[in-house]
Design a protein around this ligand. Structure first.
Ligand code: Z5A
Length: 215
């Protein structure tokens, strides 16, 4: 019988280096002959990507209700779990996902101030006990991360999405909520200081990946 694959998520506020390090994590695993599925939230399937567009669209004149935002995040997640994550894990692949439910507790719970018990009940409804095996939480001061993001925007252009248009206080609450969650679940969520040089960040990521690989 094929053993279930592992589920790894990368988390953190905007601009902390999730995309940059996710690519490196995938290369690291592939170089060890691990079958991986690289994906992201919100999104990961055509229908879930359509929900992502709705969530990130900064242009709409109609404000998005906070509860509608929360339900859309979980609707996308239900689709992603059934079409991509569960089948991949069942066939023994490792899933590497850019953000997952910790982001909902951080953004909708911390950032928007929604009741975390309600988020937890949607989590159990949609996930039915499935949680990541390892979460790498990239953490750094909000101002420094925003400066990195500014650098990327001025190099590559592009418009700020609906979340990126929030003020610093929102991202401070997001960061606090992430760190509080890491304290509650310290065996799964590993906090990595993302303000350091990439080589140092990666040697710490490698330590956590090695531990998971050998567990
Ligand atoms: N959201 C939500 O509200 N609820 C949920 O449940 C979920 C998501 C799942 C989309 O996420 C939005 O969805 C997100 C929360 C919400 N909004 N926000 N904000 P996303 O992941 O697509 O968007 P993002 O956080 O804005 O990602 P990002 O802007 O792509 O940032 P990043 O991936 O963390 O950073 P990066 O692109 O890898 O790095 C930024 C720059 O820094 C880049 O130029 C790098 O080359 C540079 N960099 C990276 N690391 C380093 C180091 N160590 N040194 C120097 N420079 C570095």
């Amino acid at each position: 019988m094929t053993s279930r694959g592992r589920f790894i998520t990368l988390e953190g506020g905007e601009g902390v280096g999730k995309s940059t390090n996710l690519a490196w994590v995938c290369d690291w695993l592939e170089s060890r002959d691990i079958d991986i599925v690289r994906t992201r939230e919100p999104g990961g399937t055509p229908r879930a990507e359509a929900i992502r567009e709705l969530l990130l669209d900064p242009s709409s004149s109609e404000p998005l209700d906070d509860d509608a935002e929360l339900l859309l995040v979980f609707a996308a997640r239900a689709q992603h779990l059934s079409q991509v994550i569960r089948p991949a894990l069942a066939r023994g692949a490792w899933v590497v996902c850019d953000r997952f439910t910790d982001a909902t507790f951080a953004y909708q719970g911390g950032g928007r101030g929604l009741n975390t018990a309600r988020i937890a009940s949607l989590e159990s409804l949609v996930q039915r006990g499935l949680t990541p095996d390892l979460t790498l939480l990239l953490d750094m001061p909000v101002e420094e991360a925003q400066a990195r993001l500014e650098g990327r925007l001025s190099e590559q252009g592009g418009q700020r999405d609906r979340f990126e248009q929030e003020r610093s206080a929102f991202f401070e609450r997001v960061r606090e909520a992430y760190l509080a969650r890491a304290t509650q679940d310290s065996s799964r969520i590993r906090v990595v200081d993302a303000s350091r040089a990439l080589s140092e960040v990666r040697s710490e990521l490698e330590k956590h990946l090695d531990r998971l690989l050998n567990s």
